[in-house]
Design a protein around this ligand. Structure first.
Ligand code: 3EB
Length: 327
């Protein structure tokens, strides 16, 4: 039996670029291209995804995933995908009303994801991003984030019995009635990483909702490709920290990111191969956040500042990203 399944995954590179999607998609090795904001172009290439997260930086950037391998792409039911070099990009966008609500849309999306994934050689779901509107609307157990968590957990079903993927769940502020999810899967398994400063999300106490969030804090990618970093905020243990104090939340978030990199055994911190996305609830604070990031990060670290709502109303900012080994 061949032992080295890892060899199936070639290096993966993620960049933020100011480029037209048509040019990116025409470049060999483009696995995915994700545009941000209402001004981003629309094309029906399965590798292209437009997220209505408003960019707060000067330039409209596209997140592009690249591999040195041939990329095939297509559609299966509601799933759009691209695959090559042992990696797979997948995406599903569902209209909430057509599914009977957000919770049902989340369940349907994850059922479709799981059903699609068992049909693929890239069977290991490593990392999922989830975006929908009005994430904090609704009181108590009816808050939309909590309904989303319930639907997601049901839709995951037995497909994630081996462990949850790394993830992000963020509210878009332009309030579309649409759930958008996209993911990275691979032919070889990753290694889940939890954060020693934080309670694992699936063990959050009942107070945070009837169905705990089903994600891992990070995922070490196969083939030594690096680390996928889940959405990280100012949560220590299971408790939100420093409500109302943006700088303190940023400092706590960076302490959590540092602890995650340490737990993953990634040396050297963030660099040019560590693109980060920063989601900010109050766009008026963008300059303040940019200044904090400039002080805290090497200049080479690519960063994208986006308007987005964190799943806990008291939290102002969340950061996710990558710490890859190829640039
Ligand atoms: C947290 O740590 C903040 O539900 O998929 C971060 C990353 C958060 C992923 C998710 C939620 C999710 O609980 C929120």
């Amino acid at each position: 039996m061949p032992l080295s399944v890892d060899a199936a995954c070639v290096p993966l590179r993620v960049h933020y670029v100011a480029a037209e999607p048509a040019n990116l998609l025409a470049t060999p090795g483009t696995l995915a291209a994700i545009g941000f904001g209402a001004a981003a172009a629309l094309t029906d290439d399965p590798r292209w995804l437009r997220l209505p997260l408003r960019p707060l930086g000067a330039e409209a950037m596209v997140e592009v995933w690249r591999i040195d391998a041939t990329v095939e792409h297509g559609r299966t039911g509601a799933v759009r995908y691209a695959a090559g070099g042992g990696w797979l990009f997948g995406a599903i966008e569902l209209d909430e009303a057509a599914q009977g609500g957000l919770e049902q849309a989340a369940e349907a999306a994850y059922r479709a994801l799981a059903a699609f994934q068992v049909s693929r050689a890239e069977q290991h779901v490593l990392r999922v991003w989830n975006y929908f509107g009005a994430i904090n609307r609704g009181a108590g157990d009816d808050e939309r984030y909590k309904r989303f968590c319930a639907g997601r957990a049901r839709g995951m079903g037995a497909g994630f019995a081996g462990g949850y993927p790394a993830a992000t769940a963020i509210g878009v502020q332009d309030a579309p009635q649409r759930l958008q999810i996209y993911w990275l899967a691979a032919a070889a398994a990753g290694t889940r990483v939890e954060n020693p400063r934080q309670t694992s999300a699936w063990r959050y106490p009942r107070h945070y909702g009837p169905s705990p969030p089903t994600f891992a804090r990070g995922m070490r990618l196969p083939g030594g490709a690096g680390l996928a970093i889940s959405g990280t905020a100012a949560i220590v243990g299971h408790a939100s920290q420093s409500a109302g104090d943006l700088d303190a939340q940023l400092a706590e978030t960076f302490a959590n990111l540092g602890a995650l990199l340490d737990a993953a055994g990634v040396a050297g911190g963030f660099d040019a191969r560590s693109p980060l996305k920063v989601y900010l609830r109050d766009p008026a604070q963008a300059a303040r956040v940019a200044a904090f990031l400039d002080a805290r990060l090497p200049a080479a670290v690519p960063r994208l500042l986006l308007a987005g709502d964190v799943c806990r109303a008291e939290l102002a900012v969340e950061i996710d990203g990558w710490r890859l080994m190829s640039g």
